[in-house]
Design a binder for this molecule. Structure first.
Ligand SMILES: Cc1ncc(COP(=O)(O)O)c(C=O)c1O
Length: 259
């Protein structure tokens, strides 16, 4: 896998998020981050050939049912007013969009939705297009399980902020991960503690390659990382070739002093 650039904060970029990331700094070598399982998993025959399907091809590849046989004509969601007093809204899914939603599709999720989320990453979080992609899942448990299995072998060490969001524990325990706790303070994850742990890591023990953190409104501590702290942590990560798994459900609640 080719190296990807590191993201750092850049307050000059205009965005609804106070400190938008910008690509700069030396590239991070990603080659060693994948678990053995992820490294050796091959795309299966059906999914591997799906990109070859074009609208003018009658494909027998994935056993796709004829949309004319789908039982639904339309699906309408009636929303409550977002603000009391405002008119209620409804969303209707029909025609080609509904056929698409009911049909077999790529494992990573509906292409149109993934494209929308990719554009959101580029527009809001200022991620530059490159060798990254968006994957959809059935909630955070599903995604965390997939993500951890992609980077951890059973028994591998992983750095986790403490106190850690308890929802990650099932996925990490499933992998029998060796969780190394890193303290947080009122500025977020402690870069000093992280450096201490990694600088004194025993030479005969497998070194962690991944750190898990919730950068905004960490659950349960409530801590958020300041932009400076993020940079400090990033420096340690670069020194030790670490991958950060950010679980960031509360990024839009940022108050402007954190990102
Ligand atoms: C840090 C963190 N990650 C993930 C979740 C769960 O997110 P979801 O409801 O999307 O599964 C929570 C919910 O409390 C959380 O605090």
């Amino acid at each position: 896998m080719a190296p990807v650039p590191v993201q750092v904060a850049d307050s000059a970029v205009s965005s609804p998020f106070p400190q938008s990331p910008k690509t700069t700094g030396p590239p991070v070598d990603q080659t060693n981050f994948l678990s053995d399982r992820a490294r050796t998993t091959e795309i299966d025959g059906i999914r591997g050939l799906l990109p070859l399907e074009t609208p003018d091809v009658v494909s027998f590849l994935a056993g796709k049912p004829n949309p004319a046989t789908f039982p639904f004509g339309s699906i309408t969601l009636n929303l409550k007013p977002s603000i009391s007093g405002r008119p209620a809204e409804s969303i209707t899914l029909d025609g080609a969009d509904l056929d698409h939603a009911l049909q077999y599709g790529p494992s990573a999720g509906l292409t149109s939705l993934r494209n929308w989320l990719t554009a959101l990453q580029e527009r809001v979080h200022k991620r530059t297009p490159g060798n990254w992609t968006v994957s959809l899942g059935s909630g955070s448990q599903d995604l965390m399980t997939k993500c951890f299995s992609a980077v951890l072998n059973p028994g591998d060490p992983i750095l986790v902020e403490t106190p850690v969001y308890s929802g990650v524990l099932p996925a990490l325990r499933l992998l029998n991960a060796d969780m190394i706790e890193v303290d947080v303070d009122d500025q977020g994850l402690s870069a000093t503690r992280l450096a201490e742990i990694l600088d004194s890591w025993p030479a005969d023990k497998k070194k962690p390659r991944v750190i898990y953190s919730t950068p905004v409104g960490c659950n349960p501590s409530g801590c958020s990382a300041s932009p400076q702290r993020k940079l400090d942590v990033l420096q340690v990560m670069q020194k030790h070739n670490l991958l950060m798994m950010e679980d960031d459900p509360y990024c839009e609640l940022d108050d402007g002093n954190h990102s």
